[in-house]
Design a protein around this ligand. Sequence first.
Ligand code: CO8
Length: 375
Amino acid sequence: MSAVVISGSGLWKPAEYVTNEELVAAYNAYALQYNERHADAIARGEVQEKPQSSTEFIEKASGIKQRYTYCKDGILDVQRMRPNLPVRADDELSHQAEMAVLAARQALQAAGKTAADVDMVVVSCAYTQRAYPAIAIEVQQALGIEGFGFDMLVACSAATFALHRAYDAVAAGSSACVLVINPELTTPQVNFTDRDGHFIFGDVSTAVILERADTCTSDHSYEILSTQALTQYSNNIRSNFGYLSYADDSDPFAEDKLFHQNGRKVFKEVCPMAAQHLTGQVEKAGLAVADVKRWWLHQANINMNELIARRLLGRDPAPNEAPIVLDEYANTASAGSIIAFNLYHEDLEAGDIGVICSFGAGYSIGSLVVRKTAS
Ligand code: CO8
């Protein structure tokens, strides 16, 4: 069996972004208006007053300074507090497919591949904008790829879990070259009227090409040494959005249908799980933590990443040993570790070991140990 390599990646970010200052100003104005509108009910104890948000809290608690937005229009509008996305006709490229295609083209170019080389397309992310036809099949057609495509939803672990499936397909010989794309259009699921969560997410799209080592011509490729996944059921990160709302007469846009979480619990429970998983994963590959040159970790929260890195290494990570992209990108669901990989891999030398790892809703953790190959 030929080795399986990651031979290219792509990162597309929207032109528009929202700073913490803009976000907090809009939320605080909304909260004041809401409290005025509900003053009597708040006084009677029937409605909870909306507290003010703060840029200082957001940056300290999360490391986030801004987030890219596929559609900024509407998010800062106190009368709307959600993106104002235009509907596209069925015969137009959908929003999410457009994001996917833009990242996919970059990944193909980085890998030195064309659409004709790819035989499997996986679109994997936290949400797809519709149930069917699959976004992956739409992307397949837009790029002119033969073969097959399908969608996967695994929240923040969607990218790593899809890379696992791609690795399995190439290793088994059922596919020769796989395109994995993560068009994370998260902002339509953010409750911008909730101060606990209004700052967390941003939109971005990432893509990765996997192929057999013997077909790879890329200058920067990474042999996949091992893959490992873990899931453990938890209600601490949840979105109840789904097609049953039509039948159960619930409000399809109610707060529980949007992203919500018990962030404190997530922090406490996921950090030790992730550190333990990563140590085991590296050992499974016959290596020690000290052998790993770069950790491309999921990007949910800077304090989480620093704690996991310290638990793993027994010290603070050196600059760029576990790169952080949260300040610019915020939490981009499954794309976070792939953004870190895309931006921080070319300086590695042949033989250097790296680990890509996601953790998030489910709970789910997915990781890949990779070794840079000689070009
Ligand atoms: N401004 C000011 N104060 C605030 C704000 C704010 N914006 N938000 C909360 N506070 C207050 C709280 O109300 C609380 O006040 P009090 O002490 O009076 O109760 C105080 O600040 C401290 O709050 P927390 O304890 O909640 O603060 P933390 O330090 O824990 O930080 C975080 C909150 C940042 C949420 C942190 O807990 C965290 O990051 N946890 C990990 C969460 C995580 O990683 N979740 C993963 C989610 S992503 C995922 O899995 C994929 C989902 C799919 C994508 C969805 C797309 C939409």
